[in-house]
Design a protein around this ligand. Structure first.
Ligand code: NAD
Ligand code: DAU
Length: 341
């Protein structure tokens, strides 16, 4: 069976890994990547698929209603998977507005297009941050799909608002939707503003490693490929209208991650610098993935020790990718590649 799958935000971290997974596993599918190429989107990430016949890249803002409608009319997608978002909590604290536009309005426009062009299947890639945080002294508590929404940052508030809109479009208009809420991902092509790639890049450049507060906050890390496999399963076998939590049962304190990176790269822990804490900093995230395990048979396959080694090796082998980004050069990439084409 052949399908056309729209992947929004596919030039970013998880979206690109998802495109690689889908193109590898379903060679008969047509994949169309819709991405605005914000600072976080990087066309060079998609270099290995750009020339494939069953792949198309379209530079577009998901908030551009007219352009989105035109593309739906032209490509007639069977499925839309929405990764496009402003994704960095610290940026949402500095300037929330674009988070509301892209994460809420953009999601709504995509769903309007899904309704207009034939009640198209829509999957929303959401986050465990919609549940707020958990205390450090209650390791027995985990987020389930029934945990109330209780957000902290403008980023998580915008993602939660989008989730509510997705559920409203299902209940009110009968749009065939699913939502997945995942914990922290790590792996190749992770933008170096996030904890793990930032620490790897800084350590390799012998620069200070800025740990917020005391570094005691806990995140539940999942290798990105395992997240992609879970979304694939939800698309093909998930129950319409349902929310699925995705997580690796892999809770770690930030400081322990940073120490581990220092050790793996043979860098001194004296690089670690404690800096002012993030405002409203969530203490602990921990996902209970029982539902997706019981219903769809999903389990994380990559142990953290293996995943972090693979990730560190990827950053060692792909220095140009992240050095171009941190030098600001990547902004020119799109121009260089397409201006005289
Ligand atoms: P990212 O920041 O690496 O990538 C986001 C992509 O979206 C970029 O390519 C960017 O250019 C594109 N984009 C942004 N605004 C757009 C717009 N208006 N129109 C079209 N494209 C636009 O993000 P990521 O870490 O890959 O996260 C992807 C999704 O997964 C997000 O929805 C995020 O909320 C969610 N999520 C991320 C994590 C994580 O650990 N990174 C965990 C759970 C959920
Ligand atoms: O839980 C899922 C979420 O994970 C996703 O929805 C977000 O899109 C994604 O960015 C991520 O959010 P976090 O805020 O948890 O990720 P970040 O990498 O920004 O930070 C991880 C932890 O590390 C957090 O406790 C803050 C801390 N930190 C982060 C940076 C960038 C530092 O101590 N120093 C830093 O320089």
């Amino acid at each position: 069976m052949s399908k056309t799958v729209f992947v929004t935000g596919g030039a970013g971290f998880i979206g690109s890994n998802f495109i690689f997974h889908m193109m590898d596993k379903y060679p008969a599918y047509r994949i169309v990547c819709l991405d605005k190429l914000t600072y976080a989107g990087n066309l060079s990430t998609l270099a290995s698929v750009l020339k494939k016949e069953n792949f198309r890249f379209v530079k577009i803002d998901i908030c551009d209603r007219e352009g989105i409608y035109q593309l739906f009319e032209e490509e007639k997608p069977d499925v839309v998977v929405n990764f496009a978002a402003e994704s960095h909590v610290d940026r949402s604290i500095e300037d929330p507005e674009v988070f509301l536009k892209t994460n809420i309005l953009g999601t709504q426009i995509l769903m309007d297009a899904c309704r207009k062009f034939g009640n198209i299947r829509f999957h929303q890639v959401s986050t465990d941050e919609v549940y707020g945080d958990l205390p450090l002294d209650r390791p027995d508590l985990l987020f389930t799909e029934e945990t109330p929404i209780h957000t902290s940052s403008p980023y998580s508030a915008a993602k939660a608002s989008a989730d509510l809109m997705v559920q409203a479009y299902h209940r009110t208009f009968g749009l065939p939707v699913t939502i997945s809420r995942c914990s922290n991902n790590y792996g190749p092509y992770h933008f170096p503003e996030k904890l793990i790639p930032l620490m790897i890049a800084n350590a390799l450049n012998d620069k200070p490693l800025p740990v917020y507060g005391e570094g005691l906050n806990v995140r539940d890390w999942l290798y990105v490929e395992d997240h992609c496999k879970a979304i694939d399963l939800i698309l093909h076998k998930g129950r319409i209208g349902e929310v699925y939590n995705i997580g690796g049962h892999n809770e770690m304190r930030n400081i322990d991650i940073v120490r581990l990176i220092c050790k793996a790269l043979d860098k001194p822990e004296s690089l670690i610098t404690y800096v002012a804490d993030r405002k409203g900093h969530d203490m602990r995230y921990a996902i209970d993935p029982t539902k997706i395990h019981n219903e769809l048979g999903w389990l994380p396959e990559t142990r953290f020790e293996e995943g972090i080694q693979k990730t560190i090796q990827w950053y060692l082998d792909n220095r140009e990718w992240w050095e171009t980004i941190i030098s600001g050069e990547y902004q020119n990439y799109y121009k260089n590649m397409y201006e005289n084409r």
